[in-house]
Write a protein that binds this ligand. Structure first.
Ligand code: KIV
Ligand code: ZN
Length: 550
């Protein structure tokens, strides 16, 4: 792709696995990252920012595995983040090696506030570093992206000078981050226009934008940037990311799709051109949103645009009446466009392994035979309790059975007794990482409290439960309940999720999953204390620590 051909449509750069993973508690393990990367490729994103390889061995491994398995010749570009330092850039290049198309994304801050307090460097020094490090990255890969961090609060004249030098050193994409989510749409649009008009060699690079949602303006800022010449959008699924998150991919894509008549002229197209403005397969949006929410434990608010549970629901009688007469009265897009199909009943008690396997394949799950067998056992158990199994049930089973936290502690049994005249009491049996079976019991204010107290007596890692939520996957009394929890340990947040027709069992399993993540982090911390090597922090925290050192 040359710069010219890329300029006539929008390049979607997904940073769910890098900036998105910097959301507190959203830490993903390597397999989960791989699962998300595969789905992003199915969704049709152009670039996957797979991680920050220098930040931790785990991030390095994830980027390398994604490069190996998703970075196919006809697949997306795989990108790795690197501060503007030689070790960062060299390690990123190493991790990206297996990808057919790779990109190094290097950055250094340019706002006076970052220069003075964080970098303690002069403008001239930063200018020289940016040029030298882009040239170094270019000596390792041909596709180099450069970001002047905190561009939104940088002096535009200085920014133009830095960008010009980065482009002449070989940057093929220059990315303009509104790092602190401070700008307004007209300011951000003007910033992009200023760059287009004042950076002499700007035609040799794609203009990209990156923005945080601190004032809820990220998507609006991006759309204004598009009108002024930005052609790459850096975004995340469900808008997850540092603090208030990043611009949401699904909102950007659907705004550009639904309002393409409005945006077409900015791409030099006839107003009524039907040609899509992005390469995204919009029918994969809902599924991708669910997958990211399930694996990160970051719930989607019901009123969230595009993918929220209520996004296509009509509550008021007037609206329902209008929609029944003609959908266009109150709907600007069809739910099917984002893949929200009628929740079909697909399988039942008598369905065999082949039907099960082929439906999972149709749903986009690529599972090993061992994982299919595990999921099939769960499916049969569910079919005994629930007559009709839908696609959403299948997704819940697979997410639950296959993609869970490391199995250090294993829940073997949970039993509760409760009621309005009983003291809620729970008994649990857990298998420890050493293979010992331990049983304990506790009472609590309710059944979940009793279960959590009993589990705590076995696991014995003090923590604070900060979020607990139950959602039903489908309608009906026999629906699967999905439980998502977040707990805090020493200022770090760990999430856990599980699904079961019995919400007490799901609650117990979700808690054990979160504790397993916590336990794993503690173990790697112990290991590093013994060896003096490896990551002390989980990847997300290391990444953000490194970014702020940037
Ligand atoms: O927000 C930011 O500035 C970033 C950069 C690393 C692009 O995430
Ligand atoms: Zn960011």
């Amino acid at each position: 792709m040359n710069t010219q051909s890329q300029n006539d449509r929008i390049i979607i750069f997904d940073t769910t696995l890098r900036d998105g993973e910097q959301s507190p508690g959203a830490t993903l393990n390597v397999d989960e990252k791989l699962t998300i990367a595969r789905q992003l490729a199915r969704l049709g994103v152009d670039v996957i920012e797979a991680g920050f390889p220098y930040s931790s061995p785990g991030d390095f491994e994830a980027v390398q595995k994604i490069a190996q398995t998703v970075g196919m010749p006809d697949g997306p570009v795989i990108c790795g983040l690197a501060r503007a330092t030689r070790p960062d850039i060299q390690v990123a290049a190493e991790a990206l090696k297996p990808a057919a198309h790779s990109r190094i994304h290097t950055f250094i801050a340019t706002s006076d506030i970052h220069l003075e307090y964080k970098l303690k460097k002069t403008r001239q020094e930063v200018l020289a570093i940016a040029e030298e490090m882009v040239a170094y990255a270019k000596s390792l890969v041909s596709n180099v992206e450069f970001s002047p961090e905190d561009a939104g609060r940088s002096d535009p004249e200085y920014l133009y000078a830095v960008l010009e030098r980065a482009i002449s050193a070989g940057a093929t994409t220059i990315n303009i981050p509104d790092t602190v989510g401070y700008t307004t749409p007209s300011e951000f649009g003007a910033l992009i226009r200023g760059i287009k008009e004042n950076v002499p060699n700007i035609d040799q690079a794609i203009i990209s934008v990156h923005g945080h949602n601190d004032l809820g303006l990220a998507v609006a800022n991006f759309l204004e940037a598009v009108k002024n010449g930005a052609r790459q959008l850096e975004c995340t699924i469900n808008g997850i990311g540092e603090r208030a998150g990043n611009a949401a991919l699904e909102e950007l894509v659907m705004a550009l799709h639904v309002r393409r008549q409005y945006f077409n002229p900015f791409f030099g197209r006839p107003v009524d051109s039907e040609q899509p403005l992005t390469n995204i397969d919009t029918r994969q949006l809902y599924k991708t949103s669910r997958l990211v929410s399930n694996l990160t434990g970051m719930l989607v608010q019901p009123n969230k645009a595009i993918v929220g549970a209520n996004a296509f629901a009509h509550e008021s009688g007037i609206h329902q009446d209008g929609v029944l007469k003609n959908k266009l009265t109150y709907e600007i897009m069809d739910a099917q466009l984002i893949g929200l199909t009628d929740n079909q009943i697909v399988l039942g008690k008598l369905s065999g392994r082949n039907a099960f396997r082929s439906r999972l394949k149709e749903l986009g799950f690529e599972l090993t035979e061992q994982d299919i067998n595990k999921a099939f056992v769960r499916f049969k158990e569910l079919a005994d309790k629930k007559k009709e199994i839908t696609d959403w049930d299948l997704e819940a089973i697979v997410n639950d059975e296959i993609q869970q936290a490391p199995d250090l502690f294993r829940l073997e049994l949970v039993q509760v007794s409760c009621g309005d005249h009983a003291c809620p009491t729970a008994t649990v049996t857990l298998r420890t990482p050493e293979g010992q079976e331990l049983t304990d019991a506790a009472t609590g204010t309710g059944p979940v409290d009793a279960v959590y107290k009993a589990i705590n007596r076995v696991v014995n890692v003090p923590n604070q439960l900060i979020e607990f939520s139950v959602q039903s996957v489908t309608a009906g009394i026999d629906a699967i309940g999905e439980v998502t929890i977040r707990l805090r340990y020493n200022d770090r947040i760990f999430s856990g999720r599980a699904a079961n027709t019995d919400i007490i069992v799901a609650s117990a399993q979700a808690y054990v999953n979160a504790l397993n993540r916590l336990y794993l982090a503690l173990r790697s911390q112990e290991l590093q204390a013994q060896t003096g090597k490896g990551a002390v922090l989980e990847p997300a925290q290391e990444a953000s620590a490194a970014v702020s050192d940037g």
